[in-house]
Structures are given as C-alpha cells and as structure tokens.
Design a protein around this ligand. Structure first.
Ligand code: FAD
Length: 412
C-alpha cells in the first residue's frame, strides 16, 4: 500500500510531498497534467510563504528566479501616491517578499520533489475521478488524462486532496459546493519593459469600484539590457462576465482597456503596458464559502481545495504551504491517521476561513477604496486633510494580522 497519496501536484501538493519526505513519511503525488510546463503569469510570495519554502530548502532558488520586493505602494487612479511601506527583509521580516513567475515557482518545487522522492513518485497524467475508504485505507480511482482511459486504482493509508479550487474530492463530500462570483473580473498579463519606480516596487493603483490594476516585476533583465518582465492584473467590478474559472483562458484587451486609457502617469503609462503585453489571460475573481468539515476518516483537503480565496491578498500559496507543513507534523505525531487529519483540520480550518472572509470584505486594497471614498474619487492636494499616514498604516497592519504575516503578532 502506498503510504500517503497526494492528489494534485500544484504548490500545495508538492509542498506536502517535500514536508512528508523530510519527516520520513513515504508518499506519492498524482497530478492531472500530462507534463509539467511553465504556465501562467506572476505570483507574490509573502515572507510567511518564503519561511515555509526556506524550510523545504528552495528559498535561494526562488529568490534567484524572482525579484525581491523592496516596497509596496498604493496610488489613486490619477497616479498620486497614497501610501507606501517597505516590504520583506527591508521591513524587518526574517524572510524576503518575492515576485516570481508562477511557472518557475512550480518547476522549482517539482524539481525539488523529484530530487527528494525520486521522479517515479511524482506521477503525471493521472486524473482522480473518485475514491472510497474502509477501516484500513483509501482506494483512489484515476483515469489517464491523455487518453481518458481508466488507470490502475491506488490503495493508500490516507488520501490528501490538493486538487485546487475545482476539487473533485471536495465535491464528493460537499456535493452542493460551488464557486462564488461576486462580480469582479480580472485580466492578467506580462509585459517586457524598463523597471518602474525602484524596479522592486509592488504597486496597487485605483480601486475595484472604478478600475484597479496591480503591477509588479517578476523577472529581472530578460534581455541583458535591464528590461524586466512585469506582471499586471486589472480588476473591475462588472457583473456580466461570470465565466468558468480557468487560469489559462485568453482575454481580450478590448473588454477592459477603455477604463485605463487615461491612466498615463509620469512614472507609468498603463495603456501602453497593457498594449505591449506578451499575452492576456482572463479570470473571474472567485472563491468559495468556508465549509464546516475538511477531514473525513482517511481523506482530507488542503490548499485551494480546502479554502480557495480571492487572489488579492497574495496569500493563497502561503496558506497552502502552511497547510502542508501542519498536516505533515500531524501525520508524523502518531500512527492514527483519522486523528491526525482531524488535528490538522482543527489547526487550520478556522484560521483560513478568516482569511477567505477578510479577502472578501477588507482586502489590502481597502486603503485605495477608503481614499477614493474620502476624496470623492478626485485628485487631492493634501491627503492628510482626509486621512493620515498613521491611519493608512493601521489599515495595512490590520490586514497583515488577519492574513498571518504581521511582525507584531505572527500567525501559525
Ligand atoms: C489569478 C490568481 C492570482 C494569484 N496570485 C497569488 C499571489 O500573488 N500569491 C499567492 O500566494 N497566491 C496567489 N494565488 C493563489 C494561489 O495561486 C493558489 O492559492 C495556489 O496555487 C494553490 O495551490 P494548490 O496546489 O492548492 O492548487 P492549484 O495550484 O490549483 O493546484 C492544483 C493541482 O491539482 C491538479 N489537479 C486538479 N484536479 C485534479 C484531479 N482530479 N486529479 C489529479 N490532479 C488534479 C491540477 O492540475 C493542479 O496541478 C493566485 C490565484 C489566482 C487564481
């Protein structure tokens, strides 16, 4: 019998494999994709994500492949600076904050997992379609993704569903479960351009009420002449477009470019950046309502399968990696698998539900929304007349506390 079967070889599944391996627990990963490719755009790894990846021995590789953020800046849609703060090590954290290409992050974790466990333990081309359990173990049914034919079933001591937001395992235990769309559409792209501001700045411009764009660099010097690969994500409240969430769906700039046409600042020309993008992807901002149970006997959920959240706190990968470490610790604590899975759920379910709710109600860009309200969505002469820098700092700190990366009160 395979010791632990991990369903899904994304950020959470690979982090779990590495965590289990470090604790001497045998496992295998079953991934739907037929091959591992560099897909997608950028992702930000906050210091608590980098703490988890440092413990897995990959932080130096991640830092070398990405860009260490120096500052986080908030602007209104007229390009005026509202607030900025240092980030990562520059803010006193023991770990950096890193912007990185999602595909590079995935390849680094995949390479580390193959090196540690052996490539035969990371099985691609396997789509989990069902599972059943008895007192001794779990039997997992797979199809071969490339052909659609049934593959040999797997018997394991436990099955951990790391199969993402559209998890089939979660659906099996919660049949009515579905994604929640709150009317925000997003478009993402990467553009080759000269460094903006410090070249290590994370920028949030505008608000979702009137149009917002988040911009940060993810790869340095792509051409030997100092050009960076810059990741951007446009977010707009717009009820019409709730399509199925597929991270790789192509987007059409005509659907959102008109909103940004006048956003030409002396430090960034937003419409030019969008027009010069290598490609544009579209994604509805979705999450799921927190659920009351993750662990069912020898089966549990982790990462986005357990707690998909709006991607506007840069926190999903960190929470998946923390799940992986917590679950591995619980499994290493003793031989009783159902008890270990329950202990893991107790440690993580409410903590992550709080983040899901906060990302809906008071995300970090709440700062931009607040200033837009206070100034009547007009350029300001003296921001202090509306809100002080101390008040803005307090808003930023409050998000960090709930999201688990406050320096003053660190999370789990
Ligand atoms: C647009 C966007 C931007 C984001 N930006 C950030 C960010 O800046 N910072 C951050 O920390 N987080 C960010 N996130 C969130 C982060 O990407 C996710 O939280 C993270 O990828 C979750 O990892 P996961 O492994 O749990 O799920 P996934 O990454 O979804 O991986 C699931 C894996 O399971 C596989 N799979 C699916 N179904 C099956 C099946 N039936 N059988 C076998 N395998 C299966 C999939 O192929 C995939 O490899 C963002 C998310 C989105 C959508």
């Amino acid at each position: 019998m395979t010791d632990i079967a991990i369903i899904g070889g994304g950020i959470t599944g690979l982090s779990l494999a590495l965590n289990l391996h470090r604790r001497g627990i045998a496992c295998r990963v079953y991934e739907r994709a037929s091959e591992v490719k560099e897909l997608g755009v950028g992702i930000t790894l906050l210091p608590h994500a980098m703490r988890e990846f440092a413990a897995l021995g990959v932080s130096e590789q991640l830092l070398a492949a990405g860009i260490e953020n120096a500052e986080s800046c908030f602007f209104n849609r007229f390009g005026q600076l509202i607030y900025k703060e240092p980030r990562g090590k520059l803010a006193g954290y023991p770990h950096p904050e890193v912007g990185i290409h999602r595909g590079r992050l995935h390849l680094i974790l995949h390479g580390a997992a193959c090196a540690a466990l052996g490539p035969d333990r990371i099985r691609t081309d396997r789509t989990c379609v069902d599972l059943a359990q008895d007192a001794e173990g779990v039997t997992i049914a797979f199809t071969e993704t490339s052909t659609g034919r049934s593959a040999e079933p797997v018997r394991a001591r436990a099955a951990i569903a790391c199969d993402g937001i559209n998890s089939v395992v979660r659906k099996r235990f919660h049949p009515d479960d579905d994604v929640a769309f709150a009317g925000i559409n997003t478009w993402r792209g990467v553009t080759r351009m000269k460094p903006i501001l410090t070249g290590r700045s994370y920028m949030r411009i505008g608000s979702i009420l009137t149009g917002k764009i988040v911009v940060y660099p993810i790869v340095d010097d792509v051409d030997g002449a100092g050009t960076q690969l810059v990741n951007w994500m446009a977010e707009i409240k717009q009820d019409a477009l709730a399509k199925k969430n597929d991270w790789n769906r192509p987007g059409d700039p005509a659907d959102f470019l008109p909103i940004y046409e006048s956003w030409r600042f002396d430090w960034l020309d937003v419409p030019a950046m969008i027009r010069k993008a290598d490609f544009v992807l579209e994604y509805p901002m979705v999450d799921k309502d927190p659920i009351g149970q993750w662990s069912f006997g020898r089966v549990t959920l982790a990462g986005d399968a357990a707690h998909p959240m709006y991607p506007r706190g840069s926190n999903g990968a960190a929470q998946g990696a923390i799940d992986a470490r917590t679950l591995a610790d619980c499994l290493a604590a003793g031989p009783d698998v159902p008890a270990a899975l329950k202990a893991y759920e107790e440690a993580r379910r409410e903590a992550t539900a709080r983040i899901v709710r906060t990302n809906r109600e008071h995300p970090p860009d709440f700062i931009n929304i607040k200033v837009e309200e206070l100034t009547g969505d007009r350029p300001f002469d003296d921001l202090d007349a509306y809100i002080t820098q101390d008040e803005l700092r307090a808003l930023s700190e409050s998000y960090k506390r709930i999201a688990g990366f406050s320096l003053a009160s660190p999370g789990t």
